[in-house]
Design a protein around this ligand. Structure first.
Ligand code: NAD
Length: 415
């Protein structure tokens, strides 16, 4: 039995799902194939993914292949209650609501474990980690799992290195059609969307400090510049720092950027990137937001401790008083694009979720040959996803001629 908060929102949820479906044509192509093949007949898929309208379309795609689905969120603030209500009405087992307590978060994760999934789909590795730590008895019946995000892959690699990983995992995030699209274009747009919805601040002319110049940071920097911001990047990796500089951004330490920024965005997958010590140096009115997976990139607890007082001033904006200064944190320091906006737009999630759907297919088709390791999907699958999206966008590209293929595979021909 589902546990959701607002069943009366189901009608709104259905309309949002309809809109998402219009924009996720590549995923709908995969759904048609699944409908014919019924590859997931008898298979239970347990998901810990943001419960958004786009995830709803992934759920329907896997159901079309015959799967039974149970889903919970992977962040206490990201569930869209209307979508949760609509999916529950469709017979999916849904557990979650926006603003969950930590207790409910883990209670719902355990509802997915009670469902005894054959395949797990995670965003951040909480489900896999809970199964490995507390429910090892389930592992024998699990075919494998799929992981959606960079932070989850980092945790899985650590598990593999510790010989702790006990079933095969597909690193969906490592698809080019995922991290070079979703993390870049999706996080870029939706992070700024979240900050704007939380604060309604104008970006033009504002100094925006972006911590981390990986896939997400590059996307945020690109879009912030597009809106007229002066972008500063902070990094710990020499190459990424150099890339940021050559892309035309100022690069410096967070300590130096702290007094200069109007807006701060963390997207590092690392902890304590902005601490109370940095905040003390910031200007009046500075806004802090995190778009990395966990809420430890900005040390919210440390900042709260060091602040004179704090209060909520808008639905997703908290004010902290330092001396005579007001500093703001958007979305409680949790994924701002999901806490204060609606997450990535459907078009980009279509690509990511083609990856999830085809990863499930890959696990089922190859279940007898996979070990307890972290796998990447073969490049042909990534290429197929890009092709599906191009077709959806009605774009045709050139094809290699036989002479070109021969040329590319030869070494004799030169100057
Ligand atoms: N908001 C979203 O919807 C969304 C979407 C995709 C990924 N993510 C999450 O965003 C985070 C970043 O993902 P990514 O794909 O960009 O990862 P990435 O590995 O491509 O980039 C992270 C960058 O942060 C840098 N970094 C690490 N510690 C740092 C520090 N202390 N200061 C400055 N820079 C530091 C790294 O050197 C790296 O270049 C992850 O937690 C990921 O799970 C969020």
């Amino acid at each position: 039995m589902s546990e959701i908060k607002y069943p009366e929102l189901a009608e709104q949820g259905k309309m949002n799902l309809e809109i998402a479906e219009l924009r996720m044509e590549a995923l709908l192509e995969i759904r048609k194939k699944f409908e014919k093949e019924k590859l997931f007949e008898g298979i239970r898929i347990g998901m810990a993914l943001h419960i958004t309208k786009e995830t709803g379309i992934l759920v329907r795609t896997l159901q079309a292949g015959g799967a039974k689905i149970a889903i919970t969120g992977c962040n206490p603030l990201s569930t869209q209650d209307d979508v949760a209500a609509a999916l529950a009405e469709e017979g999916v087992e849904v557990f979650g609501y926006k603003g969950e307590t930590s207790e409910d978060y883990y209670k719902y994760l355990n509802k997915i474990i009670d469902f005894k999934p054959h395949i797990t789909i995670d965003d951040g590795c909480d489900l896999v980690s809970e199964i490995h730590l507390k429910h090892p008895e389930l592992i024998d019946s699990i075919i494998g799992g799929c992981e959606e995000t960079t932070t989850g892959i980092i945790r899985l690699n650590a598990m593999e290195n510790d010989n702790a990983l006990k079933y095969p995992m597909i690193a969906v995030n490592d698809n080019k059609t995922k991290h070079l699209m979703d993390n870049y274009y999706g996080t870029g747009q939706s992070t700024l969307d979240g900050i704007i919805r939380a604060s309604n601040i104008l970006l033009a002319g504002k100094t925006t400090v972006i911590a981390g110049y990986g896939s997400c940071g590059k996307g945020c920097a690109l879009r912030a510049r597009g809106l007229g911001a002066n972008v500063i990047v902070t990094e710990v990796d020499n190459f990424c720092a150099l890339q940021a500089q050559m892309d035309g951004f100022r690069v410096m330490k967070m300590e130096e950027a702290a007094p200069l920024g109007d807006i701060f965005i963390t997207v590092t997958g690392n902890r304590d990137v902005i601490t109370a010590e940095h905040v003390k140096k910031m200007q009046e009115g500075a806004i802090l937001a995190n778009s990395g997976h966990f809420d430890n990139e900005i040390d919210v607890k440390g900042i709260e401790k060091a602040a004179k007082s704090t209060r909520r001033v808008r639905p997703m904006l908290d004010e902290y008083i330092f001396g005579n200064k007001k500093i703001f944190i958007a979305g409680e320091g949790r994924l701002v694009n999901l806490a204060a906006a609606e997450g990535h737009p459907s078009e980009v999630m279509s690509l990511s979720f083609c990856g999830q759907a085809l990863a499930c297919e890959y696990l089922v088709k190859n279940k007898d040959n996979l070990e307890a390791k972290v796998y990447q999907l073969p490049e042909e699958i990534d290429d197929h996803i890009a092709g599906l999206q191009l077709a959806a966008n009605q774009i045709e590209i050139d094809e290699l001629t036989p002479e070109q293929i021969k040329y590319l595979n030869s070494w004799q021909e030169g100057t």
